[in-house]
Design a protein around this ligand. Structure first.
Ligand SMILES: [Zn+2]
Length: 149
């Protein structure tokens, strides 16, 4: 289910791990077509976005685990305004907030691929689509979503 083209036009800022490397496991996993989410080694709680400390038990012993890129739409919006020059003339597009029921309902943000004017339903099942950009100045992969069923 790898994407061969990008949902949004070229020219947007490239997401990269912070210089402290905190989110590097996430970005490196995406390049391999794998979703990894931060999970506390002390209490087992899932956490997103990445933090150095567990928000439940305050442990600094945070790990990463692979999870199935399947979830449901928690919230969404259809964006018409070009918030970046590269998006002029490319609206609308859909931004979704996806929760992962099998990982404490942590929520990730992404795009809902397909028809940008499609009907979007809260709670709809979605699966991840790994959108690879191997030829970008900084090669990277984005995690997008599409409805299933
Ligand atoms: Zn914890």
């Amino acid at each position: 289910m790898n994407a061969t083209q990008s949902y949004l036009p070229e020219g947007l800022p490239i997401p990269t791990p912070e210089t402290d490397g905190l989110s590097a496991p996430y970005w490196n996993g995406l390049k391999d077509g794998v979703l990894t989410i931060q999970r506390c080694k002390s209490c087992g709680g899932w956490q997103w976005g990445p933090e150095w400390i567990c928000h439940r038990c305050l442990s600094f012993d945070m790990g990463w685990e692979t999870v199935e890129p399947r979830g449901r739409i928690f919230s969404w919006e259809r964006v018409w305004h070009p918030v970046h020059p590269a998006l002029k003339g490319h609206g609308p597009y859909i931004v979704v907030l996806v929760e992962l029921p099998h990982a404490d309902n942590v929520r990730l943000i992404g795009n809902l691929i397909g028809d940008p004017r499609q009907t979007v339903t809260i709670g709809a099942a979605v699966e991840g689509v790994f959108e690879h950009h191997p030829n970008a100045s900084t090669p990277h992969t984005l995690l997008q979503w599409r409805t299933v069923g």
